[in-house]
Design a protein around this ligand. Structure first.
Ligand SMILES: CCCCCCCCC/C=C/C(=O)SCCNC(=O)CCNC(=O)[C@H](O)C(C)(C)COP(=O)(O)OP(=O)(O)OC[C@H]1O[C@@H](n2cnc3c(N)ncnc32)[C@H](O)[C@@H]1OP(=O)(O)O
Length: 292
């Protein structure tokens, strides 16, 4: 059902599914996905690397989200691949999170479609049967951080500019309960409470200390470290690891699944408020001014 909706979005966006499908093939060569998702499959190792390619900042536009969802679903259904590395094709920025323009000046139907896609990506990532490792090679605020928190392991490049965290309050918005739960499951309640209220963005050493990431390594070793982590995890029998992952995470996803429509309605009414629209516009303006 969700995949059908996602395909609908892609087709409306004029994306050719044939090209995208080829991108997720098991051929060992590098293929370019339809536009925004590059997949480098290593069928012999059973590992695929997904590279975000949605310039300038890999923000999660509806089209990018949709391509990611379809790509993950294809990999999930292709038993060749047991592990996936998520990384950015543009070192310096892993992902700027949700695309602010998708949440500004649009109509309720658009907000609802957008939020359903955000939910879908999280659900696909959080309870994936595959081993997911985030190779965080750039800044990763808010939704970008959520993607990495939804993986099984996080490796962050040691660069003080590469901050990670759920900074929603700094934008005058609120991280939804399932963002919160994902963070709590990773770093615990007290650290999450502080991080969420203050909208903290952690530089590498602090991110490691608080448990937002599992390892900090020199920038040129992020991918190789992610690969060696996946290789260790691949040594565990899949069925046992998958059932354990599901046991740890299912209650969290069930919580969203059972109130998915209400969560969409909450998002639409929250984001449509004049005060929230103003806050977001001011934030976008601030990003622009930073440049000049
Ligand atoms: C009850 C239920 C309640 C539900 C309540 C609702 C819950 C919503 C949850 C929200 C989750 C989110 O992810 S909200 C998104 C939070 N994201 C952020 O705060 C990141 C903001 N961005 C940054 O900090 C920086 O851009 C950063 C990523 C570090 C890169 O810095 P750089 O200096 O390299 O680049 P910049 O010059 O800043 O940016 C380049 C261009 O990209 C644009 N840009 C940057 N981030 C962007 C973004 N997220 N979306 C769109 N566009 C973005 C800039 O405006 C520039 O546009 P031009 O000037 O046109 O070139």
């Amino acid at each position: 059902m969700a995949l059908v909706a996602a395909r609908g979005t892609l087709l409306r966006a004029g994306v050719r599914l044939g090209t995208e499908a080829a991108a997720c093939g098991r051929n060992g060569t590098r293929r370019s996905a339809s536009h925004r998702v590059l997949v480098e499959p290593d069928a012999a190792a059973g590992i695929a690397t997904i590279k975000f390619k949605n310039p300038p900042v890999n923000s999660l536009t509806l089209e990018f989200l949709t391509e990611l969802i379809i790509c993950l679903e294809k990999l999930e259904n292709d038993k060749t691949f047991r592990g996936v590395i998520l990384t950015s094709n543009s070192p310096g920025i892993f992902s700027a999170g949700l695309d602010l323009r998708e949440m500004c000046g649009k109509n309720p139907a658009h907000y609802a479609e957008y939020w359903r896609a955000v939910q879908e990506l999280w659900l696909k990532l959080y309870v994936s049967n595959m081993i997911l490792v985030a190779a965080i090679n750039g800044a990763s605020p808010a939704g970008g951080c959520l993607m990495s928190l939804s993986c099984d392991y996080r490796v962050l490049a040691d660069n003080p500019r590469y901050k990670v965290g759920l900074n929603e309050t700094l934008l005058g918005i609120v991280a939804p309960f399932w963002f919160r739960d994902t963070l709590v499951n990773t770093i615990g309640h007290r650290a999450s409470e502080r991080a969420l209220q203050l909208g903290l963005l952690f530089p590498p050493a602090e991110a490691l200390q608080v448990g937002m990431v599992d390892q900090v390594v020199p920038e040129d070793q992020v991918h190789s470290t992610a690969l060696s982590v996946i290789t260790q995890w691949l040594a565990i029998p899949d069925h046992a690891r998958q059932l354990t992952k599901s046991m740890m995470r299912k209650a969290t996803t069930d919580n969203l699944i059972k109130q998915r429509e209400a969560d969409i309605q909450n998002f639409v009414s929250f984001i449509s408020r004049d005060s929230i629209q103003k806050s977001l516009q001011m934030y976008i303006e601030k990003l622009k001014q930073k440049k000049s």
